[in-house]
Design a protein around this ligand. Structure first.
Ligand code: HEC
Ligand code: HEC
Ligand code: HEC
Ligand code: HEC
Ligand code: HEC
Ligand code: HEC
Ligand code: HEC
Ligand code: HEC
Length: 416
């Protein structure tokens, strides 16, 4: 009997202890149930709720009432890392960790409105990815922006912080879509995506294979993501094929990474290197490529997978031929002073990293679109098994752009 009582008392104690800050009258929760109900109900669905990790764990306890809401702290990734070291370390060594820094490395970022950057309404809404340095945080606060301190909540949205949500390709969609990197749109309408959605509806058995973004890019749940070609589709050492190597050099000049007159590296190359924008050695490239192929071989033969990816490389090579031709036509207009060097340019040469604010002429914009929208789609489309993106929105549109550039060149020369 005595043992029984001790047992029950222990259970009771556990229950009350475990009966959560919520029931214990945690002030944050009692008040916030009224002022921002959705925050509390989301949190209640989280593992954090089960583990009694309450509001003040992440937001501190200095703010106690409406009047001092400005004292609430906003936790950055380091806070999450205190309890999730493994994911933190992986994330820190992956490509996502460079999102904010690479954004800020671009000249365009500093001529567009702050709302779109630090405020997160444009570029900054996707490039919030990455642990910010103290200096970057200060800069952001100085401009008046106090939110956007955390990138873990980009895939595990707050305050449910759910693993399942992050495993869904929808978690990647907000950022990997649209103009220059429509991976979600490509995957969604590829056979890989089709299988995924048909399976979701229950029209394929649960065991049916259907690769997600996460399966290919975050194998075994790793938070360190990186690909062989990356975003810009350039690499070092240059390809062995002479023409292709020369075309990539032309592209690197238009990216302002090589001096167009001397071919020597510019300071921008260091910026590009510092955020791992290009793989700098063959080993680095092959490491990522081989990792990817080993994911494909969960379902396909190695030979099949390799052949598919090599076609992606070939399409990049062929795109680079068109691209270099376009760049050279516009460069010649600069050289012949038919287009004047804009004041903010270092060289009288196209500068693609000014994005849509590029250049001294409309032809620069056609060139930029050809690079940023259509060249991207041509090879990204092959890699994501999407024939329509590869052809109509990619290759065919590149050919059309080159036609337009040639026409514009002719008329600009005729009317100069
Ligand atoms: C008496 C009510 C009350 C209590 C207690 C309270 N809050 Fe708040 N909190 C508010 C109000 C009101 C706001 C402002 C809401 C708004 O801007 O609409 C706020 C804002 C916040 C914000 C957002 C701040 C911002 O700048 O957007 C956070 C985070 C927060 N509270 C967390 C907490 C935490 C953690 C605790 C407990 C340590 C707590 N609150 C206690 C009422 C309260
Ligand atoms: C595991 C950490 C964590 C816990 C626990 C947590 N929050 Fe948050 N909360 C965050 C993060 C991260 C942000 C976003 C920070 C930013 O934007 O810089 C945030 C933002 C907020 C905001 C401001 C943004 C908005 O959407 O209004 C409020 C209000 C808020 N939390 C309330 C709460 C309340 C109330 C609780 C408890 C029920 C709570 N939080 C528990 C991590 C947490
Ligand atoms: C005080 C420790 C602590 C902090 C701080 C913390 N967590 Fe957790 N978190 C836990 C525990 C404990 C669990 C449950 C056990 C587990 O799944 O690892 C958990 C679970 C999770 C899960 C898995 C949820 C699921 O559906 O299985 C995610 C995702 C997560 N946390 C994200 C975050 C993020 C993002 C932050 C920062 C904003 C954060 N955590 C801060 C302790 C913490
Ligand atoms: C909040 C926006 C955002 C979300 C959500 C997001 N990403 Fe990203 N992703 C980015 C940005 C920004 C970059 C480029 C980072 C940089 O500047 O270095 C990137 C880069 C990548 C890269 C690296 C490409 C390279 O250069 O090699 C991969 C792979 C990737 N993301 C996959 C994913 C997957 C898979 C998901 C979903 C599970 C996802 N991302 C969710 C914004 C996002
Ligand atoms: C819809 C979300 C989104 C917006 C808006 C956005 N980006 Fe990105 N950005 C991404 C993603 C995702 C990647 C990675 C894509 C990939 O690897 O294919 C990326 C890649 C980049 C990269 C290359 C990073 C690298 O290391 O390879 C730079 C630089 C960049 N973006 C700058 C910008 C600038 C400047 C703007 C605004 C003018 C902008 N982005 C707007 C999502 C976005
Ligand atoms: C690009 C999207 C993305 C970002 C950003 C992200 N995660 Fe995750 N996270 C995932 C995915 C996908 C999984 C599920 C992995 C798996 O299938 O095992 C996951 C799983 C987790 C888990 C659960 C691990 C387990 O197996 O129980 C934790 C904890 C976690 N993440 C924490 C973090 C933290 C901390 C950060 C920020 C440093 C972060 N995540 C940023 C996508 C992301
Ligand atoms: C079947 C595997 C697979 C799936 C599913 C997949 N990808 Fe990819 N992804 C690839 C391959 C292969 C590459 C090119 C790798 C290389 O450069 O060698 C790639 C490249 C990328 C890149 C770098 C730029 C590019 O497109 O070449 C990003 C970013 C990316 N994927 C994001 C995503 C997102 C987001 C999803 C889901 C919507 C997704 N991927 C689905 C295989 C996949
Ligand atoms: C989880 C299993 C799985 C993985 C991993 C996977 N695939 Fe697939 N793939 C499929 C299925 C299922 C189909 C549709 C049916 C078929 O063709 O077998 C498909 C179709 C394709 C198609 C279209 C075939 C056609 O005839 O239209 C290509 C191309 C492709 N995959 C390439 C790849 C590449 C490259 C990788 C690795 C980057 C990869 N797949 C990874 C399962 C997978």
């Amino acid at each position: 009997m005595k043992r029984c009582i001790i047992f029950f008392v222990t259970i009771l104690m556990c229950c009350t202890l475990n009966f959560k800050a919520e029931a214990a009258g945690d002030k944050c929760i009692t008040c916030h149930k009224k002022v921002s109900t959705g925050r509390v109900s989301d949190w209640k669905t989280s593992k954090h709720y089960d583990e009694d990790i309450t509001c003040s764990e992440c937001h501190g306890n200095k703010h106690t009432k409406a009047e001092n809401a400005n004292l609430a702290l906003f936790p950055d990734e380091n806070k999450c890392g205190e309890c999730h070291e493994e994911q933190f370390e992986q994330f820190a060594s992956g490509k996502h960790n460079f999102g904010w820094t690479s954004l800020n490395a671009l000249p365009i970022t500093h001529v567009e409105p702050d709302e779109l950057m630090e405020g997160g309404k444009g570029c900054g809404g996707c490039h919030n990815m990455g642990i910010k340095s103290e200096e970057q945080k200060k800069d952001q606060l100085k401009k008046g922006y106090r939110y956007q301190n955390n990138s873990c909540d980009e895939c595990h949205t707050r305050h449910s912080f759910s693993k399942k949500e992050a495993q869904d390709p929808k978690a990647c969609q907000q950022c990997h879509m649209g103009y220059d990197h429509p991976q979600y749109d490509m995957w969604d309408s590829s056979k890989h995506g089709t299988r995924y959605f048909v399976k979701e509806k229950g029209n394929l058995p649960k065991e049916a294979s259907a690769p997600t973004c996460q399966f290919c890019h975050m194998p075994d749940g790793t938070h360190a993501n990186k690909t062989a070609w990356g975003f810009l589709g350039v690499r070092l050492p240059l390809p062995k094929d002479k023409q292709w190597a020369s075309d990539q050099v032309t592209i690197l000049k238009a990216l302002g990474v090589l001096n167009p007159e001397t071919g020597e590296p510019t300071p921008r190359l260091d910026a590009v290197k510092s955020v791992d924008m290009v793989r700098l050695t063959a080993e680095d490239f092959n490491k990522e490529r081989n990792k990817m192929i080993s994911q494909c071989t969960h379902c396909h033969s190695k030979n099949y997978a390799q052949t598919q990816l090599e076609m992606g490389d070939k399409m990049l090579q062929k795109s680079d031929r068109l691209m270099a031709e376009g760049i050279e036509i516009v460069a010649k207009l600069y050289k012949d002073r038919i287009i004047k060097k804009p004041e903010h340019y270092t060289f009288a040469y196209p500068d693609l990293l000014f994005f849509k604010q590029t250049g001294g002429s409309y032809i620069d914009q056609v060139l930029f679109r050809m690079f940023m929208k259509y060249r991207m789609r041509t090879y990204q489309g092959v890699f994501h098994a999407n024939p329509d993106y590869t052809y109509w929105y990619g290759w065919a549109a590149m050919t059309k752009s080159l036609g337009e550039i040639k026409e514009l060149d002719k008329s600009m020369r005729a009317t100069h």
